[in-house]
Ligand binder design. Structure first.
Ligand SMILES: [Fe+2]
Ligand SMILES: [Fe+2]
Length: 274
């Protein structure tokens, strides 16, 4: 199921490290959007700048949280801002697909970052209902979400590399195909295991996904290093290369947690420990 489906929620639980990860991601999305707008779209540029500043402040605030009570109040505060940036991203997407604005933001990129805002929103909301009746549903939907995002990243990299970088373009294309196929497999498991429990097929699948994700993580790391030292020609800013690398690392952490938890799962109800 898709992240926009009401009952879909992330598998992992919320903690401060994850909150800080997502606040930085949201802040950078605001910057990428700003850089992609046409310079005549001053109002949109201003709104993106405002979001950047707001998330920057939230990041600073997060470093001063000292107790659970403060954390819960902070989560409620972030929820409002994430809902707002989600609405902003969807608004921009609609303007783009109705051809009402120009610029250099791919519509799929804006859709992609709006899905990430929705994911963060659901992760924040999960603190209010930490119990998972059917953890396998969240495991598989997390796979669907992240595999789609890894495939999107590969497609974006292809679109932003200089066409003369033939070897890199070919590798990124191969990753896109591989992750799209894994995503289809995850969608099959999504309906097969719905409201059920993990089976051996899922265990094997998680291992395949982990190995593929390690490979794309390494590819992104190489790309990030080469872009930063100007050894690859592309339209990819070093920050964007680093951003997609961090998202692959996050997915790997989620996968490792899933692999640790599955053997103890069976039909048992898992409860989040904050
Ligand atoms: Fe992102
Ligand atoms: Fe992403």
């Amino acid at each position: 199921m898709d992240i926009f489906c009401r009952e879909v929620k992330p598998y992992e639980c919320l903690n401060m490290k994850r909150v800080q990860f997502w606040l930085r991601i949201m802040k950078e999305h605001a910057l990428f959007m700003k850089l992609g707008f046409a310079c005549s779209d001053k109002e949109l540029i201003c709104q993106a700048e405002e979001f950047y500043k707001t998330f920057e402040k939230l990041e600073k605030h997060s470093r001063n949280i000292e107790c659970d009570e403060e954390f819960m109040t902070f989560v409620s505060k972030i929820l409002v801002t994430v809902k707002n940036i989600f609405a902003f991203k969807r608004h921009v997407l609609h303007l783009l697909i109705e051809c009402q604005i120009g610029g250099y933001n791919y519509p799929l990129l804006i859709d992609h970052i709006s899905r990430e805002a929705m994911y963060f929103l659901k992760l924040l909301q999960k603190i209010q209902d930490g119990e998972m009746k059917h953890p396998v549903d969240s495991i598989v939907s997390d796979n669907v979400f992240w595999l789609r995002h890894m495939a999107d990243h590969a497609r974006f990299i292809v679109g932003l590399l200089d066409p003369s970088e033939r070897g890199f373009v070919e590798k990124a294309n191969a990753f896109a195909v591989q992750f799209e196929q894994l995503q289809l497999q995850a969608r099959d498991l999504d309906s097969m295991l719905w409201h059920f429990c993990p089976n051996n097929n899922l265990i094997r699948f998680e291992e395949d996904v982990k190995q593929a994700t390690i490979q794309i993580r390494d590819f992104k790391k190489t790309a990030r290093d080469l872009i930063s030292s100007c050894q690859v020609i592309s339209l990819i800013p070093p920050l964007l290369a680093d951003h997609v690398l961090r998202e692959a690392e996050y997915f790997l952490e989620v996968l490792e947690q899933i692999q640790r938890d599955i053997p103890n799962m069976g039909g048992k109800i898992l409860t989040c420990d904050y």
